[in-house]
Structure formats: structure tokens, C-alpha cells
Ligand binder design. Structure first.
Ligand code: ASP
Length: 325
């Protein structure tokens, strides 16, 4: 009898939990969602977020407010979101740095990328491009590498803070070339790119989304794309393999995460909204024009994003365990 009663209590609790989750999803979203971008406005993470969020907001019937919270290579904002209410109203656009490379670079990182978030969906792959100020004394990657090696002591490389994609990519390039230029941190690669275009910084390894508009405007030069293939948005730019530096390969990306414990129906609603955005012609064209690689259906699931995060942590931990300290 006791056993039976106990069973009923458990069953009732399960029904209540399930119906609460359903109720939450039926009323979700009932007000604006905040999407935190952990870097400066106008940079690649920000631009990709805004393009996709604009369409998601239409699909969800509520505004998505972008909030740029910068600092410490994106880890300040990411910590904040890890601790935010898990009600679907606070999200973050993370990337290969905040949700991968930051782990070995910050021994006291206050969040675990693979345990403190519900992955929502991958938004875009963003290949890395090596770019330099317009008057950098090199015309191709070989000349660039030779100049870097001969003049390391006087060169400045920009990045978006320790653990950012640009920092990690720059560290990888440094280790391949065995050089140690001076790193100059910014709050994102929007301000870094501005400094590069103004000639205040010598070079930068950045996500393609930030590079294409500057190349089109003729304000900087690009030496190579660190991907297996050329990108249709920058058809003139050779791959690192073509240009003689095959070891330099980095694939960055941006993706949405919610705090751990955000109800599954809410994650499903957000994931579906990302899917609709990525299937929309206008969104696709805007992303493709900036060189983004749009994930196919199999890469858009929360499970695929979790696998990507785990893969990045495993990949970068041995490479970066000693860097940035
Ligand atoms: N691309 C930047 C990075 O290096 C971040 C940004 O501004 O989006 O991580």
C-alpha cells in the first residue's frame, strides 16, 4: 500500500514537471529575450548574432535585444550567462574561444563550457583569415612570414583578449613560426580591425565575417585563409596550404547557448527559430556574403553543438596549456 502511494506521488510529480515544461514552452517567449554578445558591437560575433537574431525574433514573435558585455576574451559575459536564470530569456552567442580554448587558458575559469550550458544551435562557421595593415611590407604569405620572422620584436598583433578566437589563432601562428610578437588586446575585433585599418597595428588573424567588408573597401590586405578551401566571399585569397603554410588551419564558429537547466521545450523553440533563420534566403545571403559557412541540418542540433564544444576543449587543451600565461 505504502509502495503504491509512493508510486502515485512520484507519477504525479512527473506529470506536474512535464506539464510545467509544456506550459512554459506554450507561453515562451512572453517578453523580450536578451542575447549577450561577449565582444564589441560591429565585430564578427556581434554581426552574426544580429543577422540571425533579427529573423529569430520574427519567428518567435518577441524582440531579441543584443547586449554587448565585453572583457577577458569573452569570459566575463560567458560567466554571467552561466549564472543567469535558466528561463530562456538570457542567451549568449559563444564561440570557439569562450566555449573551448578558454578552458586551458584560464585555469580559474568560472564556468564549464560543456556542463554549465544548454547548447542551442550553431549559427555559422567562420574561417580565419590572416590580415595586415594596408602598407605592410609584404605582398604574399611567404613574404609576410619572412618579414614576421625578421622583425618580430617590433611587430604588434591585435586580438580580442586572451582566449578569444583571434588570440588563439595568433598563438597558433606564433607557435608554428616560432615567434613572439607583441599582442595588443581589444574588446573585440571590431575595434582591433579599426586600429588595423588605421595602421596602428601590424596584423591580425580574424574571423572572415569581419575581414570581407575591409578587403572590399581596400583598407587592409589579406594573405591567406586558414581553411582547406578558398572562400567564395574572398576568391582571390589563397588557402594557407596553397600559400605554403599548410600547418596553419583554424576553423572558428559562433553558436547560441542558454544557461544549464533551461527547459527542453524552450531549447527546442530556440533551435527551431535558428533553423528557420538559417533556411531564410535573405539571412543566408547576408551570412554568405560575409564568408560564413552555414551549417547543414545535421550540424544545427544541440547535440552536434555539444560534440563541437567537447571537441574544441580536447583539441585546444594540449596546444594552449602553456600559452597566454
Ligand atoms: N573575432 C573576435 C575574437 O577574436 C571576437 C569578436 O569581436 O567577435 O574572438
Amino acid at each position: 500500500m505504502y509502495f503504491l502511494r509512493r508510486l502515485m506521488v512520484i507519477a504525479c510529480a512527473a506529470v506536474v514537471a512535464a506539464s510545467t515544461a509544456v506550459a512554459e514552452s506554450q507561453f515562451y517567449p512572453s517578453h523580450a529575450i536578451t542575447m549577450i554578445v561577449p565582444f564589441a558591437a560591429g565585430g564578427p560575433t556581434d554581426v552574426v548574432s544580429r543577422i540571425v537574431a533579427e529573423h529569430m525574433a520574427k519567428a518567435l514573435g518577441q524582440d531579441i535585444v543584443i547586449d554587448n558585455i565585453v572583457g577577458a576574451g569573452g569570459t566575463i559575459a560567458t560567466t554571467r550567462v552561466a549564472r543567469a536564470a535558466n528561463d530562456g530569456y538570457t542567451l549568449i552567442t559563444g564561440h570557439m574561444g569562450t566555449h573551448g580554448a578558454a578552458v586551458p587558458l584560464y585555469p580559474n575559469l568560472a564556468y564549464r563550457p560543456d556542463a554549465d550550458f544548454e547548447p542551442v544551435a550553431l549559427l555559422a562557421g567562420t574561417p580565419i583569415v590572416i590580415v595586415a595593415r594596408k602598407d605592410f611590407p609584404a605582398n604574399d604569405l611567404q613574404q609576410f612570414v619572412a618579414y614576421l620572422k625578421a622583425n618580430t620584436a617590433t611587430l604588434n598583433v591585435a586580438h580580442a583578449g586572451v582566449g578569444s578566437v583571434s588570440h588563439v589563432s595568433g598563438e597558433l601562428l606564433n607557435s608554428i613560426l616560432n615567434i613572439k610578437p607583441t599582442g595588443v588586446p581589444f574588446n573585440g575585433t571590431a575595434p582591433a580591425m579599426k586600429a588595423l585599418a588605421a595602421g596602428q597595428i601590424d596584423y591580425l588573424c580574424d574571423q572572415i565575417v569581419n575581414v570581407v567588408p575591409q578587403i572590399n573597401a581596400g583598407t587592409i590586405k589579406a594573405f591567406a585563409i586558414a581553411a582547406p578551401e578558398r572562400n567564395p566571399a574572398l576568391p582571390e585569397v589563397p588557402t594557407t596550404a596553397e600559400a605554403g603554410l599548410p600547418a596553419f588551419q583554424v576553423q572558428a564558429w559562433n553558436a547560441i547557448f542558454a544557461p544549464k537547466g533551461t527547459p527542453a521545450p524552450i531549447i527546442a523553440a530556440l533551435n527551431a527559430a535558428v533553423g528557420k533563420a538559417l533556411d531564410d534566403d535573405e539571412v543566408r545571403n547576408r551570412l554568405l556574403a560575409l564568408g560564413s559557412v552555414i551549417p547543414g541540418p545535421a550540424e544545427r542540433t544541440p547535440e552536434a553543438l555539444m560534440a563541437l564544444v567537447r571537441g574544441e576543449i580536447a583539441k585546444w587543451t594540449p596546444v594552449l596549456g602553456h600559452a597566454g600565461k
